[in-house]
Design a binder for this molecule. Structure first.
Ligand code: LUZ
Ligand code: MOS
Length: 751
């Protein structure tokens, strides 16, 4: 089945927030944000702006009737700054006007006086100054101290990986409409409708039932709308509360890039110990996470870094610590992979350094340490259905690694000014929200009396095609054609208390709820049909829009059966709740079984570096990926390829730059480069690994949203190998992204 949105997307008919027909009395909002990264607000003069014709009202923290607080995990972030600002781009006020243009003009007429306070932009500076979000977390296994004593080789070093702009095609935004009795409906571009509802209720000082959040679909989220879609929606809600008129706010690209957080930059320190036979005996790491000016999701992201610090390797002695460092950047936030990629980059760097110093191939160390069935992760979970080795060896065999390596060798002998490099990148990603209480979802299904069906879930469609998967689940159980099914918008009045669509878990959690609801409906319809045919319920089945009796098609159609059930007053609606079984985690011990299962895979990447100019091309990426039993190969391959491109962008091109004053310099698409067709791999080949899949995955089809992003890390090491092939004096550095400038410097350093 194709993505059910294909036709409306291609025709431009799909609805986003910006496509809604506004009520005749709608107003337009715009944020006034801090022009300094840290300081005391001495005065703000709104009088000139307020006097502009068409400006209705300028809102500040003084207009908040509830709490001026939007922090989720930690209560440390005001909706609008009060007397201090903590990052460049921090919202201070919200201008509401008769048009966007008027709001923009008014914004330029606000004057502000700020007394500068010292600005911290890097995690290392924050650590030196003792500026942290919360207490450090550590995961430990075995005894690294003793283990290092027994190692033949011990290496240590430092790595850095930069942030990443989400660059969802659709920027952040919301349209808020007053209903009667102070009720408000928010149509928001959010991955977390309940988070928007809850925070709006809190800031407005009203119960949650007064706020309805509706999500049609998102033009991309990538984690950037897990938490950070909330403030804009809440601002429009506050305005509606005061003005009783609809208010729309869509950020323009420039404002969106400046005011929102990104993937966390990490500075990390590692120590790795190995034996002569290439076994990693001990691994220590300290991760300094640049959290920005408020917690946002940083503590959860920090935690996932620890969960993935040893990637798909078994290391018997592990000691890892993460510090969420408080800086004066916009609060950094969820981004596809959620701290996992940052963790994996460090151990891959440590392995590269060890291989270099030991004079062996990086791949041989990787291969010697791959996880096996029943190996323990540092957090206590035992690897089951571990596909680290099978995906690795299958990639080697299916793609004939030896032939590929030989070709690279010959290429490098023949070419003086072009060099190739090859790298393998195994991945292992845990599926579930690491915060166990978030792993649940609901579905509400109505069978209408004409036999058509409406399906509501907590899943947010953001281009990942989760709606198509929900439809497939319902269709397969109800045995009816796709045109009888409709996937409804995600709405807090139909499905409440949702977890955000995140953690690669949306299809699993919501799909299981759909499965449960459909099974319950089928159970009741089977009772009606069994009576009709005077057979047992288990003899009834549903296929091809018909009732089957003992596997044979009867002449009773789905529609007729539904009408019979209706006349017999059988309930044709069902609400189901699914909560992932088994999972648990004890944060006091830092041990447990947090993940329903893991997703594995291995990518082989080859790049060609132009050694005169420092530019490079990614020749191909060949992947063996663990889909379980894919429900929809077209969609899942799209996820693998999109995630790979995004991972490559993070590792190679995308360079976020702030100056020392904390101002974002890479604040537009002219200064921030994402992969285009020329910087994407020339070919991507993905082969599914033949596996059973997990019972805890929907229809045994494993989660696919985030894991393949980390294949992109292989590109870094492939480039590094090519640079080394040209310049043997090059000293390995682990400082991502590996931009052409850095490549060029590496090619000629020490000469
Ligand atoms: N969001 C979240 C996530 O709240 N918890 C998680 O564990 C997670 N993992 C990946 C992506 N988003
Ligand atoms: Mo996410 S990084 O919102 O799954």
């Amino acid at each position: 089945m194709k993505n059910i949105d294909s036709f409306t997307h291609v025709r431009g008919e799909s609805l986003f927030v910006n496509d809604l027909i506004l009520r005749h009395d709608a107003l337009f909002g715009l944020c006034f944000d801090s022009p300094k990264a840290h300081g005391k607000i001495k005065s703000v003069d709104y009088s000139v702006a307020e006097a502009v014709e068409g400006v209705v009202k300028i809102f500040t923290y003084k207009d908040v009737l509830g709490e001026n607080q939007i922090g989720g995990i930690i209560q440390d972030e005001p909706l609008w700054a009060e007397d201090e600002v903590h990052f460049w781009g921090q919202p201070i006020a919200f201008i509401v006007a008769e048009s966007d243009a008027i709001a923009k003009k008014a914004r330029s007429l606000i004057s502000i006086e700020i007394e500068d306070l010292p600005v911290i932009t890097t995690a290392k500076q924050a650590k030196e100054k003792g500026s942290f979000i919360n207490a450090p977390r550590s995961f430990n296994l075995g005894d690294t101290k003793a283990a290092f004593e027994d190692c033949d080789y011990v290496f240590s070093g430092e790595t850095f990986s930069n942030g990443q702009e989400h660059l969802y095609l659709e920027t952040q935004g919301c349209y808020a409409v007053p209903l009667e009795n102070g009720n408000i409906k928010l149509t928001s571009s959010t991955q977390g409708p309940t988070q928007v509802q809850k925070t709006a209720a809190r800031v407005l000082g009203v119960p949650m039932h007064k706020i309805e959040v509706d999500v049609i679909r998102l033009g991309g989220g990538f984690g950037g709308k897990e938490d950070q879609a909330t403030p804009w929606a809440v601002m429009t809600a506050v305005a509606v509360q005061h003005l009783n008129r609809p208010v729309k706010y869509m950020l323009n690209r420039h404002d969106d890039m400046r005011m929102t957080g990104k993937r966390h930059p990490y500075s990390s320190f590692y120590k790795i110990g190995l034996t002569k036979d290439l076994k990693i005996k001990a691994f220590e790491a300290e991760f300094l996470q640049n959290a920005g000016a408020a917690a946002d999701l940083s503590p959860a992201i920090a935690e996932r870094t620890l969960f993935h610090a040893t990637n798909s390797y078994f290391v018997p002695n592990v000691s890892t610590t993460v510090l969420s460092c408080k800086t004066n950047l916009p609060p950094n936030t969820a981004f596809r992979g959620f701290g996992g990629p940052q963790g994996m980059f460090v151990i891959e760097s440590a392995i590269a350094e060890a291989a270099e110093k030991m004079g062996v191939n990086r791949r041989s160390i990787q291969e010697a340490n791959l996880l096996d069935e029943d190996d323990a992760f540092s957090y206590g979970q035992i690897a089951k259905q571990a596909e680290a080795r099978s995906s690795w060896f299958s990639a080697k065999e299916k793609f004939e690694l030896e032939t590929l390596e030989a070709a690279v060798k010959i290429f490098n002998e023949k070419n003086k000014w072009k060099k190739q490099g090859i790298a393998l990148m195994p991945i292992c990603f845990g599926i579930s929200f690491t915060n166990t209480p978030m792993n649940h979802a609901r579905a509400l299904i109505h069978i209408y009396q004409d036999g058509s069906v409406g399906v509501s879930t907590g899943a947010v469609e953001m281009g990942q095609s989760v709606n198509t998967k929900m439809l497939q689940v319902a269709q397969s159980i109800l045995g009816i054609s796709a045109d009888k099914l409709k996937i409804e918008t995600t709405n807090t009045t139909r499905v409440a208390n949702t977890s955000p669509s995140a953690a690669s878990s949306t299809a699993d959690l919501n799909g299981k709820a759909v499965e449960m609801a459909c099974n319950a409906l089928i159970g009741r319809l089977s009772t009606v049909a069994a009576k009709e045919f005077l057979v047992l319920e288990k003899e009834i089945s549903f296929q091809e829009d018909m009732v089957f009796v003992n596997g044979k098609k009867s002449d009773l159609t789905w529609e007729d059966l539904v009408m019979k059930a209706m006349l017999q007053r059988v309930a044709l609606s069902e609400n189901a709740h699914y909560a992932t079984p088994i999972i648990n985690f004890d944060k006091t011990k830092e041990k447990g079984h947090p993940f329903a299962y893991h997703v594995y895979g291995t990518a082989i990447t080859t790049v060609t570096v132009d050694c005169l100019r420092g530019i490079y091309e990614i020749d191909w990426v060949k992947i063996v990926h663990d889909f379980g039993k894919s429900m929809n190969m077209g969609i899942d391959l799209g996820q693998v390829e999109g995630a790979l491109a995004q991972g490559i962008g993070w590792m190679t091109l995308e360079e976020i730059a702030y100056n020392e004053e904390g101002r974002l310099l890479s604040n537009a698409l002219s200064t921030y480069k994402v992969p285009d067709i020329f910087s994407a791999p020339k070919t991507i080949e993905t082969i599914p690994l033949e596996t059973e899949g997990s019972e805890l995955a929907i229809k045994k089809s494993k989660a696919v949203g985030e894991p393949p992003l980390m294949y992109g890390i292989g590109t870094y090491f492939a480039i590094q190998e090519a640079v080394k092939a040209f310049n043997p004096n090059y000293e390995l550095k682990f400082h991502a992204p590996f931009t052409p400038e850095k490549v060029l410097m590496g090619l000629y350093e020490g000469s």
